[in-house]
Design a protein around this ligand. Sequence first.
Ligand code: SF4
Length: 367
Amino acid sequence: MTERITRKLTRPVMIGDLSIGGEFPIVIQSMTNTKTTDITSTKKQVSELIAAGCEMIRLAIPDRASVTALEKIVSYSSVPIVADIHFDDDLAIRAIENGAAKIRINPGNIGGRKKLTAIAKKADAYNVAMRVGINSGSLEKDILNKFGAVTAEALVCSAKRHQQYLEEIPFTNLVFSIKASTVYTTIKACQLFSETSDYPLHLGITEAGPPSVGLIKSAIGIGTLLAEGIGDTIRVSLTASPVEEVEAARKILQALGIRSFGPELISCPTCGRCETDLQSLTAEVEKILNEYHIPVKVAVMGCAVNGPGEAREADIGISAGKKQGIIFCKGRVVRTVKTDILLETFKQELKIFLEMVDPDSPGGFNR
Ligand code: SF4
């Protein structure tokens, strides 16, 4: 039996027609990096993000022209659009009027409680959710003085303060995010907040960097929290194409067994027993798997002696030797063939296997 993560249940919140929190799937978010006013480019990127599996898209709204563009992009997008607002409460109010499904504000720079209240009242009138994004870079001075530094406790104190302000209005259509400049503080702050709040949490590691480091930081930060059952939406922030963020988010969710988006490829690290170019073989198998989206575990192993046993949990696997290779299912060898026809045989066996898994789609698993 596969052990699964027990999710901490938060209160469900509607973002447009998408439910988050509660027992709803953990939602993948990203953010466009086009100028929002460049409607053509932004629509194109929205389409690319949706095709990649993005389920909620945030747009930067730095000025009035962006608010006007927002309306057109909202009506174009099949997923909820979130307006990202800094410093200007008026932009937040206009973004709500122009169709944003959620607004993300940073209470540290929106201009005080009065302005926050005005935005919340407008959001309430339009049934729009608000993400309160607590950020280590804009913590209130009195909290900084009290805690002496940007600690997890200080960040949670700020989040709780704004939670209280908003509940007193009352406005509770809320999602929170707490982000620090270090992975550890972000993890600790989200853990602390989650212990005393049932509002949905959006997870992300801010300024994570280019993929070479950002993927690792995000996998650690987001992954640790998800493994503890914390988190309702995620964004992998990368200095890269936002499509890469979505692909990474899917991989994190799939690696933890939380959601499945297609075959899971496992391969051995190789050792002195390996008799083949396993890197090339793995790349070939990965290409084949890209054509399918059924959640099966596929192994590529470096030797026929140990491979099937080491990859016993794989639904189907392949290992190549010098002259011949094997195909195995759940650790049992099902075909032994010459190396030159191994990959082709694997393709056939995989197809047969997938047809058994999903008989309603005979041979039709290709996207
Ligand atoms: S499967 Fe074979 S080659 Fe790969 S790590 Fe294990 S023993 Fe080494």
